[in-house]
Design a protein around this ligand. Sequence first.
Ligand code: AMP
Ligand code: TRP
Length: 327
Amino acid sequence: MAKRIFSGIKPSGSLTIGNYIGAIRNWLDFQDEYEAVFCVVDMHAITVPQDPKTLNKRTIEIAKIYLASGIDPKKSAIFVQSQVAEHAELAWILNTVARVSDLDKMTQFKDKSQKNGRESAGVGLYDYPVLMAADILLYDAEKVPVGEDQVQHVELARTLAKRFNNNFGETFVIPEPFVKKSGMRIRGLDDPTKKMDKSSSSEYNYIALLDDAESVRRKIKKAVTDSGSEIIYSEEKPALKNLINIHSFFSEKSPKDIEKMYAGKGYGEFKNDLAEIVVSFLKDFQQKYNSYSDEEVIKILKEGAEKARLIAEKKMQEVKKKVGFII
Ligand code: AMP
Ligand code: TRP
């Protein structure tokens, strides 16, 4: 059996350079060695309220971003989660394996339910990690490339896979999270204690992959910096460290070299250069993005779903047999 990887992003906002650096960029390296399955996880998106028209548009937008990033539909399957019904089906069965105590540990739920209180949080939001486990286990994925914040969810998928295998016999491959070192967490431009987040309420938190050049310049200019004026890469200067990380990713220079380049220079010059580096990356990126029509993408997604379904259906048959369902 081919070694497989699975990953996905939910269409709940406009993807940021954080998503690119922390997730998508790392997926590309797997395409040749692994059978790669990349999903737009719309069923995860609706665990918080979404405007249906916007959700629809964003689902296609994310698929286009996958393609513009270099994911090749000839090598990898690109598809939409809700188009392969087995995801929901397996999630239900895994719900009977997961415990309340497993889900009570999940920090993402704690964070996301904080705003309005646990009591009014949706059951779907609470159950989110079980659906994610279903995504992964359905494809016998060995590796799951994600950003640091998703590692806990992949750990849960491991736990559920082991528990299921114990209860019903060997069925699932135990997946491993894959977090690349350079796939570090990119912080919010307005607040380095938080991650850069596509769902942030302030547009000054993030740079979207589809931002125009003027917005990028404006946002970087406004980005918070730490006290002092020197360009130093240190834990004590988290805002600057974050900006240097972004510079380093796009310029392919080490933080140490960047420090040297800006010795004796101030934040202004550093920020100007950073903005131009990002603008230049986004220009090429958006050119590729715009080269795909919606119709073309919908067709690619349909073919991707067909590929994915072949794997998912087979696995579901096995799971159903194991739990004693008549098939
Ligand atoms: P999300 O935007 O939270 O739906 O995350 C989608 C994927 O991008 C996950 O693998 C995240 O870990 C990754 N990701 C999201 N935001 C960041 C960030 N600021 N820095 C690094 N990775 C991120
Ligand atoms: N929960 C992930 C995120 O917010 C998205 C996701 C859903 C996912 N299913 C997945 C990631 C399966 C990896 C594998 O980023």
